[in-house]
Design a protein around this ligand. Structure first.
Ligand SMILES: [Zn+2]
Length: 274
């Protein structure tokens, strides 16, 4: 029996869903694919009201989490996502932050435990396609929660054996360089920053580029919903033309396919449609 086409995207924090996967979530939902977003942490280590950072006076973890989860619900509404699933783990903070040592921090949870909970969601929704970060947490990002998200998703995909195709989000190096040059050319103050050669995903790892140009406005609305973190979202401060360019395509690395598919695809569901 054919099962309903389903896409599951697994992210670490509220707001991560927008940039690398907002377009596919919006596009596939509109095409009638059932979409499921799993967010692993509550984002406690984000900015508080007035840009207060974790560890500073007045940073209230519970209030930050509540606000960010409300923003996540608004973002998901803009993208049209059918099901939002929260694993509810505690945000570990960026590498080197004091929050890394918290016993409940997501990065300190045994992989089998969190992977078991994700596996239960995969059993329930039976997605043909699952998307998460690569082993670096996404193009070399290295955030402990993103790396942990990668680990638990790999474990859950393997243990259930349910997904037919499995992808990592990708930020192609060549596109990163172009984007940066565009920012500089458009007069944005980038100082003497140069894009390091090892920044982003090596181009040869990219198998799949999805055109999401019609959804750039919805991606932008979703991103703006995460208002409390606005200071950290540099794309919101880019000139409009640069934003359009940055948002119009989403790239992925296919790491598993049980169906026949060409090396280079433009659709995550290639080989799965009848
Ligand atoms: Zn994140």
């Amino acid at each position: 029996m054919d099962r309903e086409l389903t896409l599951m995207v697994v992210h670490a924090h509220p707001d991560d869903e927008c940039l690398s996967t907002g377009g596919i979530l919006a596009r596939y939902t509109e095409e009638g694919v059932r979409t499921v977003l799993v967010t692993c942490t509550n984002g406690e280590q984000g900015d508080g009201d007035g840009g207060v950072k974790p560890g500073e006076d007045g940073h209230d973890d519970a209030a930050v989490a509540a606000r960010r989860l409300a923003e996540l619900r608004e973002s998901v509404a803009h993208l049209g996502v059918d099901h939002l699933e929260l694993l509810g783990y505690r945000d570990s903070g960026m590498d080197g932050w004091a929050g890394n040592g918290h016993p409940d921090a997501f990065a300190n949870v045994p992989v089998e435990e969190a992977a078991g909970r994700l596996a239960a969601l995969i059993e329930r929704y039976r997605p043909q396609v699952v998307v998460t970060y690569d082993e670096t947490g996404g193009g070399g990002y290295g955030h402990p929660d993103h790396v942990q998200t990668h680990r638990i998703t790999v474990a859950a995909v393997e243990s259930t054996g349910i997904p037919d195709k499995f992808y990592y989000t990708a930020m192609p190096r060549s596109a990163m360089k172009q984007m940066f040059e565009l920012m500089r050319d458009s007069g944005m103050d980038v100082g003497d920053f140069e894009v390091p050669d090892d920044f982003g995903t090596p181009d040869e790892r990219v198998t799949t580029v999805v055109d999401v140009a019609p959804y750039t406005e919805r991606k932008l609305k979703a991103l703006r919903a995460h208002e409390s973190q606005g200071e950290n979202i540099f794309l919101l401060r880019m000139p409009e033309e640069t934003q359009q360019r940055a948002f119009s395509h989403e790239a992925f690395e296919r790491v598993l396919s049980k169906v026949r598919t060409p090396t280079h695809e433009e659709d995550l569901f290639t080989g799965l449609r009848h």
